[in-house]
Ligand binder design. Structure first.
Ligand code: KG4
Ligand code: ZN
Length: 344
């Protein structure tokens, strides 16, 4: 079964074809970063309009590149939520129209399920059960995964997501949008000894996170130090703050991952979502899992951030278990993952 996957939940247009036998046949991602950069963040209306412009040509180009006629597609999967309502609607309407025209089933996929199943697109897959750390611009969650569709939320952020904290702190430091990769690059030049930021919520039991205080801590440090130092020292100051911030986020995530592994007894940890592209976080989680006698798994970098391949894969899992939708369609801008059940 070949499934076309469509991702439009935020500022990336992703299309892909996943084949149950051959695996991922191909995927394309178009990032709207340049479109939103002048505004310092995603403008929902511009995002929707750009998805409208890009979707049809991208699907046509992908099928042509893979030398696949539309008749070869057995189903269409699209991101039904969570995400920006207008952007989701564009993908949903487009996917359902294609499915209607091609007379194949369609299925709406949960964006975070897509992220957490993304490591299954790689040859080296984790075995169930595993713990997934989902770290993106909108979510920070620890989830126990017993099977496809069997997810138990262990903990999540009570305020900002890790990626959001990266983006906001990057903005304070005068870096562009999206700030995560830029902040990580700056942190690489920073001195880890100069500032010590707190590790929020690690001094009490539980697996929830809180990252909004770290951003405030960065702001306060920045203001105090900038006032006390000559301008020639500011560039180094920014790098040292970026380093202290990144270390605090990485350390906090690692502490909670250790707890989640110890609590569940799982041997594998899967990391997914945009922040899992962070090199320092990967190194830290690799070391942690080696120490615990287990292993960490991540999708390749291009499948960590938003993409159509993870949606095609999650959709294939649901379609092959017989799940698909009636002709009407809906989207869910807010959608707790605990409401998902196993397919079938
Ligand atoms: O999963 P994703 O592409 O989109 C959402 O569903 O949110 O994640 C995007 C987030 C942004 O906040 C971005 O700044 C962050 O991932 N990010 C990073 C890195 N690369 C992307 N954060 C820290 N370090 C990185 N290398
Ligand atoms: Zn995402």
């Amino acid at each position: 079964m070949k499934v076309l996957g469509i991702e439009t939940s935020c500022d990336e247009t992703g299309v892909a074809v996943y084949d149950g036998r051959a695996g991922l046949l191909g995927h394309e991602v178009y990032s709207q970063i340049a479109l939103h950069a002048d505004f310092g963040g995603v403008v929902p209306e511009l995002a929707s309009r750009d998805h409208v412009r890009k979707l049809a040509p991208m699907v046509r180009a992908l099928l042509a590149r893979l030398d696949l006629p539309s008749a070869a597609i057995d189903g269409v999967a699209y991101t039904a939520g969570p995400g920006l309502a207008g952007a989701l609607l564009v993908g949903a309407a487009f996917a359902r129209s294609l499915a209607w025209a091609w007379q194949v089933p369609a299925v709406g996929v949960h964006h975070m399920e897509g992220h957490l199943l993304a490591p299954m697109l790689e040859a080296d897959q984790p075995a169930f059960p595993f713990v997934a750390l989902l770290v993106s611009g909108g979510h920070t969650q620890l989830v126990r995964v017993d099977a496809v569709g069997d997810y138990r939320l262990l903990g999540e952020s009570v305020d900002d997501a890790a990626g959001e904290a990266f983006d906001k702190t990057a903005k304070l430091l005068g870096l562009g949008y999206p700030g995560g990769p830029a902040l990580a690059a700056l942190a690489a030049q920073g001195d880890a000894q100069r500032f010590q930021f707190p590790r929020p919520m690690t001094d009490r039991p539980g697996l929830d996170f809180s990252f909004s205080g770290l951003k405030t801590f960065a702001l306060t440090t920045l203001r105090e130090q900038e006032a006390a130092l000559p301008a020639s020292e500011h560039a180094r100051l920014h790098a040292d703050i970026a380093r202290a911030f990144e270390d605090a986020v990485v350390d906090t995530l690692a502490i909670k991952c250790r707890r989640a592994i110890e609590q569940t007894g799982c041997r594998a940890l899967v990391m997914a979502g945009g922040v899992s592209a962070n090199r320092r976080l990967r190194a830290r989680v690799d070391a942690l899992m080696a120490d615990l006698g287990g292993r960490a798994y991540y999708p390749r970098a291009e499948l960590c951030t938003d993409n159509g391949a993870m949606i095609a894969y999650a959709g294939w899992q649901r379609l092959r278990s017989g799940e698909h939708e009636a002709l009407g369609f809906g989207i869910r801008p807010r959608w707790p993952m605990q409401e998902l059940t196993a397919g079938g």
